[in-house]
Design a binder for this molecule. Structure first.
Ligand SMILES: CC(C)(COP(=O)([O-])OP(=O)([O-])OC[C@H]1O[C@@H](n2cnc3c(N)ncnc32)[C@H](O)[C@@H]1OP(=O)([O-])[O-])[C@@H](O)C(=O)NCCC(=O)NCCSC(=O)C[C@@](C)(O)CC(=O)[O-]
Ligand SMILES: NC(=O)C1=CN([C@@H]2O[C@H](COP(=O)(O)OP(=O)(O)OC[C@H]3O[C@@H](n4cnc5c(N)ncnc54)[C@H](OP(=O)(O)O)[C@@H]3O)[C@@H](O)[C@H]2O)C=CC1
Length: 426
């Protein structure tokens, strides 16, 4: 049965009811998603085998973004985040794109780059050519390190070499271009780099130093675009204003930093939920934002021939379905089950679409009513909890501080005392 992501009114349901509705929408038995619940997710023993000096666990809320259609397939998308309004925003944007086919994506491939740094070459330009002449040998030596990857059709595709002037003298930098298939690939390419470094040193007649991947994964780009309905956005003026906001972010690094943070609100939440390396993805995306010399917006919004708004996003996404914590973390496995993705590329496509949706929702709110109405209304629940409200009191306290337009902890405390019958001087 095809997945149906158009689930109305999830906000009005309990977490258990939502999980049931989401499982139904995804065509899954709800038990397949049980690891999304804290009590049946990662155990202390499992955590103790993941990182060092484990003493405990930290739970992060996992929400599900609705309404997404990506490359013609509906997806219900788990998002791990502590920030209010992010899941609502992504769902709202997906709803606005749904009538125009949702999100379309493409990929440049699954290629990660390992760097080997060569120091003190007396003839750096000739060294570069000697290394290029040995490309086939170096490729074969690297592939010997990972027969599994090669058997899956992956492995080293190319070797490139640069002469790099630095303040510590001229260096020669070797790049291994490795197809890592459905892995994030860092461990795989780092192993290869360390294995071929001695041979590189022989050819270069000097020594190597760093052997490590680059997180500037410019050969692992995912692109997505979406058409957002002008009427649902709020009309032609809102469309024009979002275009003006986008132009601001494209031209100004100060605005671009926050514009891109909005994109990463969506991207990082799905990367985390699926047990992938959020720091690697963030480093890749922000390095990509500076690729043309000045840090700029990762996305662009334009008005199309029909007067609707079209968004475009291109980002490096080094994510995997195997390796790292993805397979070791039960909650990540449940999140991937819910997504219904079968390859790392499909996962990256979903992540990019959520990033663009998040970005649109933020820019729409900023260009229309301002971010605070939507964001702070949902943030009020966090403020109420910070003031000491119990789960049974949060709703009433949040509603009151929103109604009084005083969404602050000290006022929430006053309201809480009042609600508990202990009036304090206002
Ligand atoms: C918050 C909304 C969506 C409200 O927007 P709204 O128009 O009041 O929403 P609505 O009540 O009309 O609901 C429309 C749909 O939104 C979703 N939705 C709506 N509310 C909820 C909810 N409570 N729980 C779950 N889903 C929700 C849901 O899909 C719903 O469809 P329905 O279920 O009714 O068929 C809107 O104001 C918005 O998108 N604001 C942007 C919020 C945002 O971007 N938050 C990120 C934090 S701010 C930040 O860090 C990024 C930023 C701003 O700095 C980036 C930048 O500067 O560019
Ligand atoms: N700067 C960075 O970003 C760094 C990140 N890391 C960490 O590296 C980890 C990711 O590295 P990664 O290499 O993915 O981890 P793994 O080594 O855990 O997984 C990759 C391995 O999985 C095996 N594999 C099985 N099926 C597949 C498949 N379909 N496609 C590809 N490989 C498959 C391959 O061979 P085999 O079975 O023989 O292993 C491959 O080498 C993350 O935890 C990340 O945090 C580490 C260092 C630096």
């Amino acid at each position: 049965m095809p997945i149906n992501s158009r689930i109305r009114g999830l906000r009005d349901r309990t977490p258990d009811e939502r999980l049931g509705l989401v499982a139904e929408g995804a065509g899954l038995d709800v038990d397949a998603l049980s690891a999304l619940r804290t009590e049946s997710g990662l155990t202390l023993d499992q955590a103790n085998h993941m990182i060092e000096n484990v003493v405990g666990l930290m739970s992060i809320p996992v929400g599900v973004a609705a309404n997404f259609t990506i490359d013609g397939v509906d997806r219900l998308i788990p998002m791990a985040t502590e920030e209010p309004s992010v899941v609502a925003a992504a769902s709202n944007a997906a709803r606005m794109a749904r009538g125009h086919g949702g999100f379309r994506t493409s990929s440049s491939g699954d290629i990660m780059i390992a760097q080997i740094q060569v120091l003190d070459a007396v003839d750096p330009f000739a060294t570069r050519l000697r290394l290029l002449e040995a490309s086939d040998e170096l490729r074969a030596l690297a592939n010997e390190q990972d027969p599994m990857l090669v058997s899956l059709g992956g492995g080293v595709l190319d070797v490139s070499v640069r002469v790099l002037p630095t303040r510590a003298g001229t260096q020669v930098i070797v790049h291994l271009h490795v197809d890592v298939r459905d892995a994030m690939g860092a461990n795989a390419v780092n192993t290869m780099a360390e294995a071929i470094a001695p041979r590189i040193a022989e050819i270069a007649q000097t020594r190597t130093l760093l052997r490590i991947l680059t997180n500037k994964a410019e050969l692992r780009l995912t692109r997505t675009r979406g058409v957002f309905d002008a009427e649902l956005l709020g009309g032609a003026q809102v469309v024009d204003d979002i275009v003006a906001a986008s132009a601001f972010a494209e031209a100004d690094p100060y605005r671009a930093a926050t514009h891109n943070k909005g994109i990463m609100n969506g991207i990082t939440a799905v990367v985390l939920a699926t047990g992938n390396d959020t720091r690697a993805v963030e480093a890749g995306c922000h390095s990509h934002a500076g690729r043309n010399g000045q840090y700029s917006a990762l996305s662009q919004f334009e008005k199309d021939v029909d007067g609707n708004l079209v968004g475009s996003l291109e980002v490096p996404l080094a994510v995997g379905l195997v390796g790292g914590a993805t397979r070791a973390h039960p909650t990540a496995q449940a999140a991937i089950r819910l997504l219904g993705v079968d390859t790392a590329r499909e996962l990256a496509a979903v992540i990019a679409a959520v990033g663009l949706a998040q970005n649109l929702a933020a820019c729409r709110a900023l260009a229309a009513e301002g971010i605070q109405r939507g964001h702070m209304t949902l943030h009020a629940r966090t403020v109420a909890a910070s003031a000491g409200a119990t789960v049974d009191e949060i709703g009433a306290v949040a509603a009151r501080i929103v109604a009084d337009r005083r969404i602050r902890v000290e006022y929430a405390r006053e309201v809480l005392s009042e609600l508990r019958g202990k009036r304090t001087p206002a």
